[in-house]
Design a binder for this molecule. Structure first.
Ligand code: ZN
Length: 160
């Protein structure tokens, strides 16, 4: 069957940057299963997969604006160590979630200078052009439950 909105799609993928360095891959594990057309994967990849069928293989390049967005300087902020009360062992690269008006924001500690902590709310792949090698391994109808949750259940999806 064809990939359209609200189908469950399983893919094997390898993600590289424009120099060919591997960033992420499903090789050696279960294919990734996602609910198509619901924003569960980056918009550029979703667009390229639309209409494809099981067995399709594609190599696509996705610009930042259709992937994780441009790097946004305003998401880099300095906060005091006070903001991390109760965490003794702060380290560069640690990730935290905070609740804001826009929903859950994830930020990464990028610098620690005494009491001054620099945090960056950009996605680690923001500003990057991404290359995907994708193989569609399965396309099926979503269940009622999956549609109401907005994500896939079972192998490669949510386990709850
Ligand atoms: Zn669910």
């Amino acid at each position: 069957m064809q990939i359209t909105t609200n189908t469950v799609v399983s893919i094997h993928y390898t993600l590289t940057d424009t120099s060919g360095k591997i960033i992420d891959s499903s090789e050696g594990s279960e294919p990734l299963a996602y609910l198509h057309g619901r924003g569960n994967i980056i918009p550029g990849l979703e667009k390229k997969l639309e209409g494809k069928e099981t067995g399709a293989k594609l190599s696509v390049t996705i610009p930042p604006e259709e992937a994780y967005g441009q790097h946004d300087e305003s998401l880099i902020r300095n906060v005091s160590r006070e903001a991390f009360k109760g965490i003794d062992d702060l380290q560069i690269g640690m990730q935290f979630q905070s609740q804001s008006e826009k929903g859950v924001e994830v930020f990464t500690i990028t610098e620690i200078e005494g009491e001054k902590i620099t945090i960056d709310g950009n996605h680690s792949l923001a500003g990057m052009t991404l290359a995907f090698d994708v193989e569609v391994t399965d396309v099926r109808e979503a269940t009622e439950e999956e549609l109401s949750h907005g994500h896939v259940h079972g192998p490669g999806g949510h386990q709850h």
